[in-house]
Design a protein around this ligand. Sequence first.
Ligand SMILES: Cc1ncc(COP(=O)(O)O)c(C=O)c1O
Length: 304
Amino acid sequence: MQNFLPIAYFQNQFVPFAEAKISIATHALHYGTGAFGGLRGIRDPQSANNILLFRLDRHCQRLSNSAKFLHYDLPADKIQSVIVDFIKKNKPEKSFYIRPFVYTSDLGIAPRLHKIEKDFFVYGLELGDYLSPEGVNCRISSWHRQEDRSFPLRGKISGAYITSSLAKTEAVESGFDEAILLNSQGKVCEASGMNIFVVRDGKIITPGFDQDILEGITRDSIITLAKASGLEVVERAVDKSELLIADEVFLSGTAAKITPVKRIENYALPVEKPITEKLRDKLSAITENRDSNYKHWVYEVPLA
Ligand SMILES: Cc1ncc(COP(=O)(O)O)c(C=O)c1O
């Protein structure tokens, strides 16, 4: 059972989470015409009256961009001010995850995006580890990630997650923890809800934006941090065979943070993962506001 934060933002107001309900006729439920964000927040370990949100501006901008694909004009600063008020009302004690969602809220049928009501809601839940921090075993999915010519992959469009769901279930039901999806060209793309990184000979490699990936905010943070630490980062197409003989592979995402990969199919990866661990330590220091060089990535919400 999830522990939901008590207050949600729904239909332009703050209401108890249990009262934020939609109709079974809701358009987005039928056609997948929603888009969501996902951010993590924690109590500031240095100052308990503060909540810390990682890269709030980037998350709000990505959701605003996703909303554009739904023909919904929702400025990033509006999303941001609702999220900040949402935090102040909920005053979460434990680590949490915020789920802002935009969708076609109309009750009419027929797939379309014009002349249709839309809405925006926000709710949250307590969230610890999403994947085991010890690492995961991955299956190469038989399901491929969609292509940008048939799906706006720069948005986190709810309907797209049927593919992630199929891939994750296929992986788990066959004894793995997580799925790695290839793109339509057969190149490595990402996991069910995370980007992917490969380390070979001290160099970090990750599929580029032309590989049908989601533009992950954690991915962007890792690339910046790795370069600042003097590591070489290459964004390019990655073959499946590179994964199998990599020195290290890790997944990145808001929910998963940096999760090492232990095994891919029947190929065990080396147990030592120095670069993964170094980047993971750096990222946690930043999200906990312990790194003065990256305070601009951490949005502080004072609760007092
Ligand atoms: C399909 C997919 N890829 C990658 C990511 C990682 O993105 P981020 O680091 O912005 O959470 C996510 C999670 O949002 C996702 O759903």
